[in-house]
Design a protein around this ligand. Structure first.
Ligand code: ZN
Length: 205
C-alpha cells in the first residue's frame, strides 16, 4: 500500500476523494457547466505516487494542480500539494457516453502528492501556485472555490466515512494542460505572504 507523509508521521490513505469543477474558470475552460451540486469522485490507494509521469500506457496526461487536505479524526489536520493527473481524451469520451471516469482518473500514479504540513487552522485562507519551467500556469485560492473546504468536508461525510490518512483533493483552478516529459513542475502553497509548502517534480516520459 502507498503511504503519504506529514512531518514524522506516515499515513496509508484508503482512498483519495476528489472534487471536480470547483473553480468557475476551470469548469468553463473544459466546456462544462458550473455545477450546482458538488462533483465528487474517488481514486484508490494505488493511484498515489510521488513521481510525475507525462504519459500512462501510451496516453498523454494532463496536470491539475490542487490543494490537498489530510484527514485524521474526521477532520482536516494537514495540507499539501498535489497533481491530479487526467487522461483528458479518454475522460471526454467517457463523459460523452455518461460512463464513469475511473479509467481516466484512477489509474496507477494518477494522484501525485507532495509532503503534508500540519494546519494551524483548518479553514485558513490558502493559495496554490503552479509554475512549469519557471512560468506561472495555475493559481487559485480557497476563497475562489465554488465549494469551500468546510463544505467539502461536510458533503463527503454525509455519505461516506473518512478514515485516518484519507486525502481530499479540492479541485483545480484554470490553466490545466499537458504534462510534457522533462518539464519542471514547482507547486507552492501560501497563506497570505507566507509560503507554507513547496514541492518540485520533473516529468518522466
Ligand atoms: Zn482534479
Amino acid at each position: 500500500m502507498k503511504s503519504i507523509h506529514c512531518q514524522a508521521d506516515s499515513f496509508v490513505p484508503s482512498k483519495i476523494i476528489c472534487v471536480g469543477r470547483n473553480y468557475t474558470e476551470h469548469a468553463l475552460e473544459l466546456g462544462n457547466a458550473v455545477p450546482d451540486t458538488m462533483v465528487l469522485f474517488l481514486t484508490p490507494n494505488s493511484s498515489v505516487s510521488t513521481s510525475l509521469m507525462a504519459s500512462h500506457l501510451g496516453e498523454q496526461l494532463q496536470y491539475e494542480g490542487e490543494i490537498c487536505y489530510l484527514v485524521r479524526g474526521k477532520r482536516f489536520v494537514a495540507v499539501g500539494l498535489g497533481l491530479d493527473l487526467t487522461k483528458r481524451g479518454l475522460q471526454s469520451r467517457l463523459k460523452a457516453k455518461g460512463l464513469p471516469w475511473e479509467r481516466a482518473k484512477a489509474f496507477d500514479g494518477s494522484a501525485v502528492l507532495g509532503p503534508f504540513v500540519p494546519l494551524e487552522d483548518p479553514w485558513m485562507e490558502l493559495t496554490i501556485r503552479l509554475h512549469i519551467n519557471g512560468v506561472l500556469r495555475q493559481q487559485g485560492a480557497t476563497s475562489q472555490m465554488l465549494f469551500p473546504p468546510q463544505q467539502i468536508l461536510a458533503e463527503i461525510q454525509s455519505f461516506l466515512t473518512l478514515e485516518d490518512g484519507d486525502v481530499v483533493m479540492t479541485g483545480t483552478p484554470a490553466g490545466v494542460g499537458k504534462v510534457l516529459s522533462g518539464d519542471r513542475f514547482h507547486l507552492t502553497l501560501h497563506h497570505q505572504d507566507r509560503e507554507l509548502a513547496a514541492v518540485s517534480w520533473t516529468a518522466l516520459p
